[in-house]
Design a protein around this ligand. Structure first.
Ligand code: GRF
Length: 209
C-alpha cells in the first residue's frame, strides 16, 4: 500500500449532480493530460459540462492535438505577442467570453495570471498544482518537494487568486515519495492523482457556488 493516495474531500463524481451544465474554458501550455481527463469525464456523462475552448500559449503544445481529437475548438494565444501580462490577459478574457465560457480551468498553464483575468471570472477560475499547497508554490513544485526531502507530497486544486498558487483549496491528494524517486517518476504518480481529483474538484467548486 506504499503507493496509495489520501484524497480529501474524498468525493466521487457519482455523488455530485450539477443542475446546470458548466461551460468550461481550459488554459494549457503543455501535454494536456488534465484537459483529457476532464474531457473524458464529460464524455462519460460523469461531469455535466462542455469544454467550449482550449487556449494554449506554446505553438508546439500537445494539448492542441488532444483537443482536436475530442472535437474541442483550440485557439493559440502567444503571450510573446503582447507587451504586458495584462494585455495578454485581456485577449484571453475576450476569447473565453466569445466562446461563452463561465468557468476557467488552468490545467498546466505556465503563466502568471493578473486580476484582469481573475476578475473577469470571479471565484470561477480553478488551478491544478503538483504539490500539497501551501507548500512548494510556483514552478517546479515536484522538484522542490524532492529537494526538500519531504516524505509526502501531492497535488492541489484551488480557486485562483492574484497571489500565485494561492486561493481556497477545493481538493487535495497526498502522494508518498518513494525511495529512488526521480522528478519524472514522482510527477507521474502525482499526475495519476491529478486526473483523479480534477473533474470532481470542478464539480465540487461549482456545487458550492
Ligand atoms: C500538471 O502536473 C499540473 O499540476 C501543472 O502542470 C502539469 C500539467 O500537466 N500545473 P498536463 O499538461 O495536464 O499533462
Amino acid at each position: 500500500m506504499t503507493d496509495s493516495a489520501i484524497i480529501s474531500p474524498n468525493v466521487s463524481l457519482d455523488e455530485i449532480s450539477l443542475p446546470e451544465p458548466l461551460s468550461l474554458g481550459v488554459l494549457a501550455s503543455g501535454k494536456g493530460s488534465n484537459m483529457v481527463t476532464v474531457a473524458n469525464a464529460i464524455a462519460q456523462g460523469q461531469l455535466n459540462a462542455t469544454i467550449k475552448v482550449v487556449i494554449y500559449n506554446k505553438a508546439q503544445a500537445l494539448v492542441q492535438h488532444k483537443a482536436q481529437a475530442f472535437g474541442i475548438p483550440s485557439v493559440f494565444c502567444n503571450h510573446r505577442d503582447y507587451s504586458s501580462r495584462e494585455a495578454f490577459d485581456h485577449v484571453l478574457v475576450d476569447t473565453l467570453k466569445s466562446y461563452g465560457v463561465n468557468w476557467v480551468i488552468m490545467a498546466g498553464w505556465m503563466r502568471v495570471v493578473t486580476p484582469v483575468l481573475i476578475n473577469a471570472f470571479p471565484n470561477q477560475m480553478i488551478n491544478i498544482h503538483p504539490s500539497l499547497l501551501p507548500s512548494f508554490k510556483g514552478v517546479n513544485g515536484v522538484e522542490q518537494a524532492l529537494a526538500a526531502g519531504v516524505k509526502i507530497t501531492g497535488c492541489s486544486v484551488h480557486l485562483v487568486q492574484p497571489e500565485v498558487d494561492s486561493g481556497p483549496i477545493i481538493m487535495q491528494a497526498a502522494v508518498p515519495i518513494l525511495e529512488g524517486d526521480t522528478t519524472d517518476t514522482l510527477h507521474q504518480r502525482i499526475q495519476q492523482q491529478e486526473h483523479h481529483i480534477l473533474p470532481s474538484a470542478i464539480a465540487l467548486a461549482a456545487l458550492r457556488q
